[in-house]
Design a protein around this ligand. Structure first.
Ligand SMILES: NC(=O)c1ccc[n+]([C@@H]2O[C@H](COP(=O)([O-])OP(=O)(O)OC[C@H]3O[C@@H](n4cnc5c(N)ncnc54)[C@H](O)[C@@H]3O)[C@@H](O)[C@H]2O)c1
Ligand SMILES: O=C(O)CC[C@@H](O)C(=O)O
Length: 532
């Protein structure tokens, strides 16, 4: 396995990877995008911080690529769309640099109130200047925090310790969490109207891009102080420069920029009251140790086929959850493969119902496992990352229901697939016994008891007349096909019955033809569970 580390991560992260058997590590710090493109032909994983980008061009140049790891939070330097299409898992390390970035934000906040960098520059130039550097206190001032996630919350705690009044704007922040953090959750307009300081801690999205601009500055108090240690482009840089010139913004602190590195010609460099740092939020020994080791471990884990805890484009799952979900993942996967092989090729709707104990579980990983099972015989290279995309491409709409059905089983998965003529097919499955073996409990509304850890299932529909079991047994025996299990079911005497035989090997075409030739046989399907 070859892992390319494009940006410098902590030595312990690199060492961890070097210590793993069969892992080759290539460190390519400071390479240009073009150089990286030329290095990825045989890499299995790429690790970046914020300097290098994993573009579509790089992804296209890396046919073996399976995982991209970001040592940090923001993944705007990774083409998630292109990665997802290829089934490449993208993961980050949220949390590892939260404190570092919150502390840098506070440093900027203090420097916007007390012009320490500017005073220091004059001291270094041999001067002793006091008058120009009168500051302002944080105590009893109002701070507006936009985005109350990991970093915003830590900034809020520190602001409260300084005796500040905290206003929080975050549409996704629950009332309960705002109460727990002891902040006032308000609308954006109230932040603009009341804040003396505004700091942004949101991701850069279509909604948050240029959220602070000339027209929003106009709504703020004169002498407002603005901090951005999140992402360049949350604040319109030209409008900020103008507001600093006019004095509307008394001071600002920026750690991030629309274009990084910031051009040496940038007009932002001209403003005395603007303090800038070169994207240093995560640059502490502790944060780099955290994220470097975490990304290295996650990348290795994912390449070894384990679950990724902080995947951006697949459901994340922690080891505790995984222990609970593992048998259901197996069941969901097998049910995916069974329903696909029992139905016509043109399926346009699938409803999955999770019943009983599954009602309260996080089922996203189960949906992906089902989809992988469904797609297993339709396409290659399907995984938890690209399975939903492939289902979409096939035009199959999905519906997930978590609702207890009246069944005798404590947990159950029901699948209903509808074909392009509106005809529905159903299966249900559960786990049986201490060893939690997957079992089919219903096929097309007929109760069955058919283990899913067989190699093949022969699924027959026949008129309910005597002699069918004998005929099937005779034909299978003639073709040396060993029956491992048989489940018979009918809804009405003399109606259409269902017969599912577990088989140790694949029935050849002649055996199927002989059984089908019997006039009472109304339908026959072979389900291949081999390797499923
Ligand atoms: N300067 C650095 O070196 C550095 C380091 C780490 C993180 N970051 C950046 O800091 C930012 C915050 O990181 P985090 O770890 O706290 O992320 P997070 O996901 O924990 O928090 C982001 C918060 O923004 C909120 N949000 C989303 N859309 C919003 C909107 N339209 N209006 C208001 N709030 C909105 C979310 O609800 C969430 O609470 C990110 O942009 C991240 O990339 C920068
Ligand atoms: O790696 C860095 O130096 C910055 C990381 C930071 O921007 C992040 O989003 O985590």
């Amino acid at each position: 396995m070859k892992i390319l580390i494009a940006d410098k991560i902590s030595g312990s992260g690199v060492q961890f990877l070097r210590d793993q058997e069969g892992v080759e590590v290539v460190e390519a710090y400071g390479s240009s995008q073009e150089e990286l493109e030329g290095m990825v032909a045989d890499v299995d994983a790429i690790i970046v911080r914020s300097a290098s980008s994993v573009t579509k061009a790089i992804i296209d140049a890396a046919p073996k690529l399976r995982a991209v790891g970001r040592a940090g939070v923001g993944v705007d330097n990774i083409d998630i769309e292109a990665a997802t299409d290829r089934g490449i898992v993208v993961m980050n390390t949220p949390g590892g640099n939260t404190i570092a970035t919150a502390e840098l934000t506070f440093t900027h906040l203090l420097c916007s109130a007390r012009p320490i960098p500017q005073a220091n520059a004059l001291m270094k130039a041999g001067k002793w200047e006091k008058k120009a550097f009168q500051g302002s206190e944080l105590y009893k001032k109002t701070i507006g925090i936009l985005g109350l996630g990991r970093i915003g919350s830590e900034v809020a705690k520190r602001a409260k310790a300084f005796g500040m009044n905290v206003l929080a704007y975050d549409p996704y922040l629950t009332k309960a969490r705002a109460e727990q953090l002891e902040v006032n959750k308000v609308e954006l307009e109230e932040v603009f109207e009341k804040a003396d300081f505004i700091t942004v801690h949101m991701p850069k999205t279509e909604t948050t891009k240029n959220m602070l601009n000339a027209s929003t500055f106009a709504k703020m108090k004169d002498g407002i102080r603005i901090i951005n240690c999140a992402r360049g482009g949350l604040i319109d840089e030209d409008d900020l420069a103008e507001a600093l010139r006019s004095g509307k913004v008394a001071a600002a602190g920026l750690d991030v920029f629309v274009e990084e590195p910031l051009s040496s010609e940038s007009a932002l460099r001209e403003h005395d009251r603007l303090v800038m740092t070169p994207h240093l939020g995560a640059s502490t020994a502790e944060a780099q140790e955290n994220v470097g080791l975490e990304v290295a471990e996650s990348i290795y884990e994912s390449l070894m086929g384990g679950w990724v805890q902080n995947a951006i484009n697949a459901p994340s799952i922690d080891p505790k959850q995984l222990a609970v979900l593992r048998p259901y993942l197996n069941l969901a996967f097998k049910m995916g493969t069974v329903i696909q092989q029992l139905t016509p090729s043109e399926i346009n709707h699938i409803r999955i119902t999770y019943s009983g104990n599954l009602v309260n579980l996080e089922v996203k990983p189960l949906n992906r496992a089902f989809q992988r099972g469904y797609l297993r015989k339709i396409t290659t290279d399907v995984n938890d990352v690209n399975a939903p995309r492939i289902m979409d491409r096939l035009g199959i709409k999905g519906e997930i229901v978590q609702n207890s059905l009246e069944r005798d089983y404590t947990e159950l998965i029901r699948i209903e697939a509808t074909d392009s003529n509106g005809k529905s097919y159903s299966i249900e499955g559960t786990l049986i016994g201490k060893s939690q073996n997957p079992r089919l409990t219903l096929v097309n509304e007929r109760n069955v008891e058919s283990p899913l850890d067989e190699k093949y299932l022969l699924v027959l529909e026949n008129e309910d007349v005597p002699g069918i079991v004998g005929m099937v047994g005779t034909v299978l025996a003639k073709h040396k096909l060993n029956i491992s299990n048989m489940s018979l079911s009918r809804n009405t005497v003399g109606g259409i019955a269902l017969n599912i035989c577990g088989l140790d090997s694949e029935p050849e075409a002649e055996a199927i033809a002989e059984i089908t030739a019997n006039k009472y046989i109304k339908g026959i399907r072979v389900v291949n569970l081999n390797g499923a």
